[in-house]
Design a protein around this ligand. Sequence first.
Ligand SMILES: Nc1ncnc2c1ncn2[C@@H]1O[C@H](COP(=O)(O)OP(=O)(O)OP(=O)(O)O)[C@@H](O)[C@H]1O
Ligand SMILES: [Mg+2]
Length: 212
Amino acid sequence: MTALRIALANQKGGTGKTTLAVNLAAGLLRRGPTVLLDADPQGSAGHWARVGGAKGDLAPVQGVGGHEAGAGIAQASARHRYVLVDCPPHLESGVLREVMDAVDVVLIPVQPSPPDLWASVDMVAAVADARRANAGLRAYVVLNQLDRRNALSRSMHQALAEFSVPVLASGLARRAAYRSAALEGGSVYALGKRGISAVQDVESIIKEVLKT
Ligand SMILES: Nc1ncnc2c1ncn2[C@@H]1O[C@H](COP(=O)(O)OP(=O)(O)OP(=O)(O)O)[C@@H](O)[C@H]1O
Ligand SMILES: [Mg+2]
C-alpha cells in the first residue's frame, strides 16, 4: 500500500491544525485505511478521539513523540492509505523538521488576516529547508475561519501573493459545527444535518489535495 502522508503544521498556535487534521482524517477514513499521528505533546487530537470513545467516527489516533515522528510515519505508511500528522505549534523541538522530511504534503492553516499570515512566515523557510532533503514536498496554505459574508480583503490577497506558498482554493468557513464536533468527540461527518456545510468544506479540501 502506498500511503499519502499529509502534515498539518504552523508554528503559530490556534490556527486550526488539530481541527483540520481530525476532520480530514475522518473524511479520508471513508476512502481507505487512515491513521492520525499526533506529534503534538499537548495531545489534543488524542483527547478529542477519547471523548468520542469507541462509538466515534474518527480515524484512530496514535501519539508519536519527538524523534520517533519519522519512524512512526514510516511504520504507519506501510499499513494505511492515508497518514495524517498533527504538529505542535512551535518550530524549535525538531519535531516539525522530522515530520516534514517524512511527508508528501504539508498543509499550513492560517486565519485570513495579514497579521496572522505574517506570524506564519517562518513556515515558508521551514518548507524551503525541508525541500533540501525532501525535494517532492508539496506545501499549501489552507485558509481557516473564513467569514462567509466577506470576500478576502485586498491586503490579504497582497499578503498571500508575497507568501510564496500556494493557497488551496478551498478553505474552512468559521462555523459552530467545528467546535460542536470537538465537544462531542466526533468529526463534522457525525453531526448529520448540523454538519452538512462543514462536511462540504472538508470534502472540497480533500478533493483538491487528492487531485493536485
Ligand atoms: N473553522 C472554524 N470554525 C470555528 N471554530 C474553529 C474553526 N477552526 C478552528 N476552530 C476553533 O479554534 C480553536 C483552535 O483550533 P485548533 O485547536 O484546531 O488549532 P491548532 O492550530 O491545533 O492549535 P494549537 O496550535 O494549540 O495546536 C479551537 O477551539 C477550534 O474549535
Ligand atoms: Mg493543535
